[in-house]
Ligand binder design. Structure first.
Ligand SMILES: Cc1cc2nc3c(=O)[nH]c(=O)nc-3n(C[C@H](O)[C@H](O)[C@H](O)COP(=O)(O)O)c2cc1C
Length: 256
């Protein structure tokens, strides 16, 4: 009898779900915590492997994609909105650590135009200090539902004070106060310290507009390289890289 591949997969998944408990158990008597967690993690990864999908039909071709990476990014970003993805503007920002290590964290894309990608932060934070020393930075978007990834490299430069003011004043008042409270990336004794400071700044700005702290503002990552990745069946994915050469974008296909 011929059993379909989908049915096989479903049965396997049901089997794993029966024995797989998604709640990690913290302490099991007689078992070293690591022995337990290693087993739990193996189960979790097995479940993920079975659930793994084949990548999309979409793909990325030289014929149908724009020769301008900004345009292609816009088309892909519009697709994230059509697909109603959660936080499609969340991106990984990578900088060069002062200690020479790569440093990564998530920030939100708040502006995009022909000049680059804008995000807002604290200029005195870890990333702020790193960018002050070396402006080279990278961004990564991963949209799993669409089986797409975009890498962007370039230099991060501060946006104008006017641009930062405009965005700052569009934020909810609570977020504006928090920008004063948080000396981002510095050590604080406890949460209470932050809550007390919040009360302090609420009093300070009572009945007044909250000014933008001088150490808070935006960066624009000005790209000189993009890479668009589109998941395809059998891991034979599409990758198109765009490299800025003078004023023109050179497009090349990379092996997956
Ligand atoms: C979904 C998400 C969005 C975030 N957006 C921002 C942001 O736009 N700006 C920001 O400064 N931090 C943002 N953060 C916090 C950063 O990831 C990070 O913790 C913080 O900026 C301090 O990083 P640093 O110590 O490397 O400077 C976000 C975190 C998450 C999980």
């Amino acid at each position: 009898m011929k059993v379909s591949r989908t049915k096989n997969k479903k049965n396997e998944l049901a089997g794993i779900r029966r024995e797989y408990n998604p709640e990690p158990v913290r302490a099991t008597p007689g078992l070293h915590p690591f022995q337990h967690s290693r087993y739990w993690f193996q189960q979790a990864l097995r479940a993920l492997a079975v659930m793994k999908r084949e990548y999309g039909k979409g793909g990325l071709s030289e014929e149908t994609s724009s020769p301008d990476p900004f345009e292609l990014f816009q088309v892909w970003f519009a697709d994230t909105l059509k697909a109603r993805l959660l936080d499609p503007n969340a991106m990984t920002l990578s900088t060069l650590g002062l200690d020479g290590r790569p440093a990564v964290r998530t920030v939100l894309l708040k502006g995009f135009d022909e000049k680059g990608f804008v995000f807002f932060t604290n200029y005195e934070s870890q990333k702020g200090r790193e960018l002050a020393r070396k402006s080279t930075a990278g961004l990564l978007f991963y949209w799993p539902t669409l089986a797409r990834q975009v890498r962007v490299d370039g230099r991060a430069v501060r946006v104008s004070a006017r641009e930062s003011d405009e965005y700052f004043h569009s934020r909810p008042r609570g977020s504006q106060i928090s920008a004063w409270v948080s000396r981002q990336s510095q050590r604080v004794p406890d949460r209470e310290y932050l809550e007390n400071k919040t009360v302090e700044f609420e009093k300070r700005f009572k009945g007044k507009a909250v000014a933008r702290p001088p150490y808070w503002g935006g960066y624009r990552l000005v790209p000189d390289r993009f890479e668009f990745w589109s998941g395809k069946p059998n891991r034979l994915h599409d990758r198109l890289r765009y490299v800025l050469q003078g004023r023109r974008w050179l497009r090349e296909r990379l092996s997956p």
